[in-house]
Design a protein around this ligand. Structure first.
Ligand SMILES: *[C@@H]1O[C@H](CO)[C@@H](O)[C@H](O)[C@H]1NC(C)=O
Ligand SMILES: *[C@@H]1O[C@H](CO)[C@@H](O)[C@H](O)[C@H]1NC(C)=O
Ligand SMILES: *[C@@H]1O[C@H](CO)[C@@H](O)[C@H](O)[C@H]1NC(C)=O
Ligand SMILES: *[C@@H]1O[C@H](CO)[C@@H](O)[C@H](O)[C@H]1NC(C)=O
Length: 382
């Protein structure tokens, strides 16, 4: 053999041993990481950042990480299981090859500037935590996301996502926290994941009523944050009977009426309700006073009329009550103003006849008599 062939063999051997020493990570994971990094504009990768340390002359999963791959990912032996980027302001798209990192349990790209669509993640069957919060993703919430049976935490808030929510959301059987707030989502809520504790779709363009079918079986739901949408119609009695509810914010929507039953669960944990800035007509729902822990109730800027039921005046749990901007009349319950009273809030901008100006509840003045006369047909009811 010629020396040249010898040389080639030696070279091959050297390269091979180099690779076998250094290559621990599954090659398809390395390829996925390379594609991930090359979809990000180099100019947006600061020298101090995690991604700057991703230098593929080293093996991503080999420890120790002294100069290369110092942060942003975690491995178990040869597979990448976490991709948790620092908020360095990375700008680019999310490579569809991310779907090759099939052992990922955590994918967190929050507080960066990723844009374009969210690619299919359906092969990431081990994914438990997905946060793309505070980026610039656009397009739809990919329906493929609903196949992620291990997903417990999904945060896509503060992006520019459009369209309606995927229909099969309820197949996300492990999901306990869902935050899609501050996007541009439309339509009504689909049937929701059955084990949700926290539902937040604040500041979107959801419309139509809330349907019981969306919330069926959500026996663990504690927090509902759907303020700043265009939800409308009647909020029906089933809603506040969801057995684990604690905090509800439906303010800044277009609901026109609410039905509130007494709690069926005597240990109801409902503590805070905000229904402000809707178009709710009718009387102040007396049954709110039957919720034993209710501490904060806001119904500001609706179209409520009639008096405040005296039950609210004796309600010890009540600490904050905002009823300003309605057409409530009569005299507020004396209990609000007695020595030991500890209710704060506002009763201003209503049609109350005897709101003691010495109370901070009455600081904001009442509506002009002319307006109240119009509403009550010239005969104020008390
Ligand atoms: C990657 O690391 C190698 C060896 O340490 C170095 O020569 C090279 O400049 C690095 N590349 C980048 C882009 O930093
Ligand atoms: C409900 O949401 C509105 C608007 O998003 C916010 O201003 C308000 O403070 C919230 N209410 C409570 C009780 O936190
Ligand atoms: C809620 O709606 C009112 C009236 O439309 C508006 O003045 C207020 O700024 C809104 N609040 C939020 C937090 O959007
Ligand atoms: C209060 O709740 C009871 C059932 O718990 C219901 O029958 C009644 O109609 C409710 N009252 C109002 C004013 O909604």
């Amino acid at each position: 053999m010629s020396t040249f062939v010898h040389f080639l063999l030696l070279l091959c051997f050297c390269l091979f041993s180099l690779l076998s020493v250094h290559s621990l990570t599954l090659p398809s994971d390395i390829a996925a990481l390379q594609a991930f990094k090359s979809s990000i504009k180099p100019i947006t990768i600061p020298s101090y950042s995690c991604l700057a340390s991703w230098n593929f002359t080293s093996d991503p999963c080999s420890v120790p990480h002294i100069t290369h791959f110092t942060c942003g990912l975690y491995c178990t032996t040869n597979r990448v299981i976490q991709l948790t980027l620092d908020p360095a302001g990375y700008s680019g798209t999310l490579s569809p090859l991310i779907s090759k990192l099939t052992q990922l349990t955590i994918l967190d790209l929050s507080d960066n500037n990723f844009h374009g669509p969210i690619p299919s993640l359906s092969s990431l069957t081990n994914l438990q935590f997905l946060s793309l919060r505070s980026n610039s993703f656009s397009g739809a919430v990919p329906p493929s996301i609903t196949t992620l049976k291990s997903l417990q935490f999904l945060d896509l808030a503060y992006n520019s996502l459009t369209g309606s929510l995927p229909n099969s959301m309820n197949s996300l059987t492990s999901l306990t926290r869902l935050d899609l707030s501050f996007n541009k989502l439309v339509g009504s809520l689909p049937k929701l994941p059955p084990n949700l504790l926290v539902l937040a779709v604040k500041a979107n363009s959801l419309s139509g009523p809330l349907y019981k079918s969306s919330f069926d079986d959500l026996t663990q739901l504690e927090v509902v944050e759907l303020s700043q949408n265009s939800l409308s119609g009647t909020l029906q009695a089933w809603f506040f009977l969801l057995p684990s509810l604690q905090q509800v914010n439906l303010s800044n929507n277009s609901f026109t009426s609410v039905q509130i039953s007494k709690p069926t669960n005597p240990n109801s944990d409902l503590i805070a309700v905000d229904l402000g800035f809707n178009k709710i007509e009718g009387y102040l729902p007396i049954n709110f006073s039957a919720y034993p822990l209710l501490s904060s109730l806001t119904l500001s800027y609706n179209r409520l009329r009639g008096p405040i039921p005296s039950e609210f005046g004796n309600k010890k749990s009540l600490k904050r009550l905002f009823l300003d901007g309605n057409f409530l009349n009569g005299s507020p319950p004396a209990g609000f103003f007695s020595g030991g009273a500890s209710v704060s809030g506002s009763l201003g901008d209503n049609c109350f006849e005897n709101c003691p100006v010495s109370s901070q509840l009455c600081l904001k003045s009442q509506k002009p008599t002319s307006i109240c006369r119009q509403v009550y047909g010239g005969k104020p009811r008390s």
